[in-house]
Design a protein around this ligand. Structure first.
Ligand code: FAD
Length: 546
């Protein structure tokens, strides 16, 4: 009791809980995609990431943001970025959990799906430092096309040790990798890249080049090496550019400044220049775009997983808040209209989780033709649709907390952090339109319509609106939508696949409400407009974080 008033009807924050144990949607999706998966490690990770200690690290890493140290006090260039110790604690935890390169060397079944689940709930804790973790995961399919470099770097790429020192890769316990495509004059259209790579001979790592130019967005510049795009005599090519050269000297990669961003605060994103930096060819000269897209495909998966994780955390906080806060004589969660908002958010969150993890499964079975087709089809679909829904979702979840949701309070306001983070997953790694256009390219494959029909078949007869959409999609796919229609097609494929997955993983209350609202039109243009016949309590109960 203070001198002026009593503080009451404020909520206890959501802390010290298991991010895995309480997530029924995620548990059901894992069981569906890999019934025999041993989830003991996910239980342990879920408990750790829901702890007060880890939440404190996440807050501090966002409050004390990375600082560029371009020169030492004697004027020598050092091009280092200094991070708060909490950033390093988070990187250590993510690496120990095997969220970076580890799945590529794993003998266990379903390593990508298992890693995807861990990545999703690490995102719930802190998404932005996962940028270098994601890129280090994503690089392997592209880097393997230079077998000599991959053989030298794979042990450190797959090691569970985090080693932030700027030194020769072979003297380190673990390494991270980034990518540089975007230049000032064009990011989506990387063919506009002007950075030049001049051949200088060859060695143990293959064809060597001297690189001069710049990158306008270059995240996590403290990574040990990068895949970049540059113009060689044969055209745009993919090159491996380490920060420290094999002779131990620093490669001339100059960090010009760090970006001042809306969110994504714990991650350093920079602008860089290459002043005759040494780099080695990866893949075929002149075929740099498809080569680096082997990396981009994996980071797009992570955008879908990451946004699903952020949705889940925003929903959990909203449920925690409304379960305690009273207004007009009732807990908020018992007010009918709030039930509608919460249940609607829960449907969206579960559908995103189902789609993102379905996509992750396809990376575990590249030998299976249907899985390969789904990987190609669902990567742009999931990246487009889930990330598009993210910002709207975060705004509505924030509103469940009223004014407290909007307040930062020195980094305590996790909801504000989530809201600021959401748009970036939609922009980077191919913005919304680029993803929708990529879907059109994927559909040019002869078997795309048949693969989609096969994916939707298990849900046939379970909901009239889903049947109707499922019947029309293969024809629309075969007739090939025009560019003008690409977003609508990406949306409809996403909704159909989400509904078909929920038919197989979720209780009837969730599946029915999802189809009624998203497919049959019993829905408005905002969250919280589900029809009256929905079993709100069942949906909300399933989504509760504890
Ligand atoms: C925080 C942050 C970190 C980043 N880190 C990296 C990094 O580490 N490495 C890296 O290489 N890049 C990075 N990026 C860059 C990012 O990938 C690009 O910003 C993105 O790909 C878009 O490119 P652009 O900014 O040049 O926009 P543009 O290419 O100019 O696109 C602008 C808009 O036009 C749309 N558009 C483009 N072409 C078409 C078309 N044909 N039809 C219809 N619409 C179209 C796009 O969808 C987009 O909405 C980062 C970006 C951010 C915000």
């Amino acid at each position: 009791m203070s001198a002026t008033h009593e503080v009451f009807n404020q909520v206890e924050p959501l802390v010290d809980y298991n991010l895995f144990a309480g997530n029924q949607a995620l548990g059901a999706a894992l069981k569906f995609n890999a019934p025999a998966l041993d989830t003991a490690h996910l239980h342990a990770l879920g408990a750790k990431l829901g702890s007060a200690d880890m939440q404190t690290h996440a807050r501090l890493a966002n409050v004390f943001t990375p600082q560029l140290k371009s020169h030492d006090r004697f004027g020598h260039r050092i091009d280092q970025v200094e991070f708060h110790p909490s950033y390093h604690a988070l990187m250590t935890a993510a690496t120990a959990a095997g969220l970076h390169g580890t799945p590529w060397g794993s003998p266990h079944p379903s390593p990508h799906l298992s890693r995807a689940a861990g990545f999703m709930f690490f995102t719930e804790l802190e998404p932005s430092m996962l940028c270098p973790i994601s890129m280090s995961y994503a690089v392997t399919p592209a880097l393997r096309d230079n077998p000599a470099i991959y053989a030298d770097w794979a042990p450190q790429l797959t090691s569970r040790a985090y080693d932030p020192a700027l030194k020769l890769w072979k003297d380190k316990a673990g390494v991270t990798m980034g990518m540089g495509m975007t230049e000032k004059q064009g990011g989506s259209d990387v063919r506009a890249n002007t950075t030049q790579a001049v051949p200088t001979g060859s060695d143990h790592w293959g064809q060597r080049f001297s690189v001069t130019g710049h990158k306008w967005f270059f995240s996590a510049p403290m990574c040990d090496a990068f895949l970049i795009l540059a113009q060689t005599p044969s055209g745009l090519s993919c090159l491996f550019l380490p920060r420290v050269l094999p002779d131990g000297t620093l490669n001339p990669l100059f960090i010009q400044r760090l970006k001042d961003k809306l969110g994504n605060k714990a991650n350093a994103s920079s602008e860089v220049e290459f002043a005759g930096a040494t780099a080695w060819l990866v893949g075929e000269e002149g075929r740099g775009v498809p080569q680096i897209l082997a990396m981009g495909t994996m980071t797009r998966l992570d955008c879908a997983l990451g946004t699903s994780g952020l949705m889940r955390q925003a929903l959990s906080i909203a449920l925690n808040h409304t379960s305690q806060r009273m207004a007009f004589g009732k807990k908020l969660i018992d007010q009918p209209l709030m039930k509608n908002v919460l249940a609607d958010l829960a449907l969206e969150s579960e559908a995103s989780t189902a789609l993102a993890l379905r996509l992750a499964r396809s990376f575990d079975r590249p030998e299976d033709e249907h899985e390969r087709a789904m990987q190609r089809l669902l990567t742009p679909v999931a990246k487009f649709w889930i990330c598009k829904r993210g910002s709207h979702f975060a705004e509505e979840a924030m509103e469940c907390l009223g004014g407290n949701g909007y307040v930062e309070e020195g980094g305590e306001g996790i909801m504000a952090r989530i809201y600021r983070e959401m748009p970036v997953n939609s922009i980077w790694e191919g913005a919304g339109n680029i993803m929708a256009l990529d879907l059109l390219r994927a559909l040019r494959k002869a078997d795309a319509a048949a693969a989609l029909a096969q994916e939707l078949a298990p849900a046939r007869g379970m909901h009239a609106a889903l049947d109707h959409l499922a019947e029309s999609l293969p024809t629309r796919v075969e007739q090939m939508a025009t560019e003008m229609e690409a977003r609508r097609l990406a949306q409809d494929v996403a909704l159909a696949v989400q509904a078909a997955l929920l038919a197989q993983t979720a209780p009837p209350a969730v599946f029915g409400a999802f189809c009624d609202s998203r497919l049959a039109g019993h829905w408005g243009h905002s969250f919280g407009s589900l029809g009256a016949g929905v079993d709100f309590d069942a949906i909300i109960q399933r989504a509760q974080p504890r």
